[in-house]
Design a protein around this ligand. Structure first.
Ligand code: SAM
Length: 292
């Protein structure tokens, strides 16, 4: 390579590092502010999803496991009862603090929340029998690097369980969907369509054993609250406007609808009498095995 080529390569690497650092700062800032509301939601509403992933992976009980970007321990607290030991890795101290408190309250002595970056995990190659992650890849600057890193720390024959929102396969709907997600939460980078997740796992030497999707209806008001926004906030209003505009032709793939109007009594009592909206998130469950 020429000296100029080397120089350009170094500049690109430097820029990438700066971008990754910016994204990590954004994540820590957003999830520090919303840790309490997010944990209250995830530790209740995602129990069934954690159990579904657990059943697909079917641990024997002797495994060493890891929950990547564990947040308040959403998957780890369910898996802890079925494996020998599980660590939870996350960037945001406020999330880890909540995970620690929840583990103590539930006597989960074999769950250790740890601070760290999913893109450069502090573990040697082939450390874990099971690695799981939920609703995290769409907050990372580089999905390919993240899955490669997960494949690195898995033992050959080890299993990877992925749970994440997926966007429509249609590129224009996918872009509109990602845009609305980003307006709601600027730490959202890009959610992938299911087919892209599948090729990504395959290209990282992870052979898919099970796959499935589930639609989850969400109240707009509750969804916005877990991101720290309420009616009247500029971000709430922007997201609502974008969602309403996407109803004809479902141009962002959320299949949104305006719910039944409130009763006259509720209208009289409320300062904002607009009905709530409903949208659908599609969650993908994928289980894959690292090739021997
Ligand atoms: C939407 S929350 C999901 C938390 C949990 N897995 C769940 O399903 O409820 C995303 C989490 O990813 C964490 N996160 C984002 N980027 C990360 C990174 N580079 N390394 C580690 N954790 C990260 C955030 O701190 C946050 O706790």
């Amino acid at each position: 390579m020429t000296a100029r080529g080397q120089n350009i390569g170094q500049q690109r690497q430097g820029q990438q590092k700066q971008d990754d650092q910016k994204q990590m700062d954004l994540v820590r800032d957003r999830f520090t502010r919303t840790a309490a509301a997010f944990a209250d939601f995830a530790l209740v509403d995602r129990v069934a999803e954690a159990e579904h992933l657990l059943n697909l992976i079917a641990p024997s009980g002797n495994e060493r496991a890891l929950d990547v970007a564990c947040g308040p321990g959403t998957l780890a607290r369910t898996f802890a009862k079925h494996v020998a030991w599980i660590a939870g890795l996350d960037l945001t101290p406020a999330m880890l603090e909540r995970a620690r408190k929840d583990a103590i309250a539930n006597h989960l002595d074999n769950f250790r929340p740890l601070r760290g970056n999913a893109l450069a995990m502090p573990f040697p190659d082939a450390t874990f029998d099971i690695v799981v992650t939920s609703y995290s890849i769409h907050h990372l600057p580089d999905a390919v690097a993240a899955i490669r890193e997960i494949a690195r720390i898995l033992k050959p024959g080890g299993k990877f369980g992925l749970l994440d929102m997926v966007v429509p396969e249609d590129a224009s709907r996918a872009a509109a969907c990602n845009h609305i997600e980003w307006v709601r939460d600027p730490s959202h980078t890009r959610a992938l369509p299911l087919s892209e997740f599948e090729s990504l796992l395959n290209s990282c030497g992870l052979r898919i054993l099970a796959r499935g999707t589930e639609d989850h209806p969400r109240s707009l008001d509750v969804w916005m609250r877990t991101a720290g926004w309420k009616r009247g906030d500029a971000v709430y209003e922007d997201v609502r406007r974008l969602l309403e505009a996407s109803i004809p032709g479902d141009t962002a793939g959320f299949r949104p609808k305006i719910l039944a109007p409130p009763s006259p009594k509720e209208i009289a009592a409320a300062s904002d009498a607009r009905p709530d909206m409903e949208l659908l998130h599609t969650a993908a469950f994928l289980v894959a095995q690292k090739q021997q």
